[in-house]
Design a binder for this molecule. Structure first.
Ligand code: AOF
Ligand code: ZN
Length: 385
């Protein structure tokens, strides 16, 4: 068992991690961060980073103080920033000015402009610094930020829905509304918090989806991405017809046949943004799809995956970071209905909940370079209250 003060530190860091989650969907590409300020065992201020370009967690917590922070301890989920080539003033000088005695940090900021320098500046000012308190949960909280900053790719969530008998569509693959309205609303909220929604051309052809976040207040500007090696996306599809209002990107194979060049031009003229990816001999090169998306500004991609796209991601082993699987209580009992692919056996379950009869399970991929702890994600925590 941890000594009582170490236990208290973890308890306060837990509180900060939960608080930070309230920034989900608004702070990206920044990390979710929160700070809790404690004096004589009492919380005297707290705050979280709520909006990209807005104040950081630390100044927000300091401005909420109910008494002087002199001699107090600040619990911060991420190393406070010290660099100045950015939107907001650095946090370290504000913490020094507040005359804190101690700063407890969840994890070091992987941003090369900070990366340990914030800790050094605090120590140089005579503040006691303890780092890596609940390090793994603190890193898991910002896994999308780490994916973007360190691995040059967005965080990837695969999401699909299955019937009670494991099917993802109806007879002969016809579209089928599998989950209830409440689960669909949750998916729209999730879309609104992600930066990009990706589908395969199969889904685009069969479902003709719009892929926008409806019924969700303040959706992020979404990129809609189609994996479409042969540029088969129909000109009359909803995606192409709305490409001027909401960005559409189409990934295609560099070895496009001459006849498909006209289609490329037509798509471009309709406002679609095609991007080329070199295929591997055995098919889609997902890593090469993801890197340009990170460069276009995506921190978190939601893949609304049919079985083909899901299998491609699982084949890569390290690229699908998270799965959200909805399962309805109803069976289709239809032998020609296509079945979903199973979630790989090594994935760890981090959350389970019922939504109006549908069952949602969250899994994380322990082989992902941005897996740090089997913790329910901010999306899951916010969805389940
Ligand atoms: C903190 N506290 O709450 C956050 C931090 O452009 P800016 O000014 O918003 O700075 C963004 C960078 O600051 C971001 O890349 C990350 O390194 C750090 N995020 N740091 O001290 C916070 N959100
Ligand atoms: Zn800061």
């Amino acid at each position: 068992m941890l000594p009582a003060d170490a236990q208290f530190d973890e308890q306060m860091m837990r509180r900060a991690i939960r608080l930070a989650m309230n920034g989900r969907g608004r702070v990206e590409p920044n990390p979710m961060v929160a700070a809790v300020i404690v004096k004589d065992g009492r919380v005297i201020g707290e705050g979280f980073h709520a909006q990209f370009g807005g104040p950081h967690a630390e100044p927000t917590a300091l401005s909420s103080l109910t008494e002087s922070a002199e001699g107090a301890t600040a619990y911060v989920t991420l190393e406070p920033c010290c660099h100045t080539n950015k939107k907001t003033p650095p946090c370290v000088p504000a913490l020094i000015e507040a005359r804190l005695a101690r700063v407890v940090v969840g994890c070091v900021d992987p941003n090369p402009d900070v990366n340990g320098k914030g800790l050094e500046m605090l120590r140089a000012a005579g503040i006691a610094v303890d780092v890596n308190v609940l390090e793994d949960p603190a890193k898991q909280l910002i896994a999308p930020f780490i994916a973007h900053t360190v691995y040059d790719r967005p965080y990837v969530t695969l999401k699909w829905a299955e019937t009670a008998d494991g099917k993802v569509a109806g007879r002969d693959g016809k579209p089928l509304q599998i989950t209830s309205e409440k689960a669909s609303r949750l998916v729209h909220q999730l879309r609104a918090r992600c930066d990009a929604i990706m589908i395969g051309i199969g889904t685009a052809m069969i479902d003709d989806p719009l892929l926008t976040a409806r019924e969700a207040p303040e959706p992020r500007p979404l990129m809609r991405v189609v994996l479409d090696s042969q540029l088969r996306l129909p000109m009359e599809s909803k995606l192409v017809r709305t490409a001027r209002q909401h960005r559409v990107l189409v990934e295609f194979d560099r070895r496009l046949a001459e006849a498909e060049r006209d289609k490329l031009n037509a798509l471009q003229q309709a406002g679609v943004q095609p991007f080329m990816v070199e295929r591997r001999f055995d098919g889609l090169n997902l890593e090469q799809v993801l890197t340009p998306l990170a460069h276009f500004g995506a921190t978190h991609v939601l893949v609304e995956a049919g079985p083909t796209v899901a299998s491609s991601f699982f084949h890569e082993q390290t690229l699908a970071d998270r799965v959200w699987l909805f399962r309805s209580p109803n069976a289709v009992n239809e032998p020609t209905a296509p079945a979903g692919v199973g979630v790989p056996a090594n994935y760890v379950k981090t959350g389970e909940t019922e939504i109006d009869g549908d069952h949602l399970t969250e899994y994380l991929n322990p082989s992902s370079p941005v897996f740090f702890a089997a913790e329910p994600s901010a999306d899951f925590v916010l969805a389940t209250g």
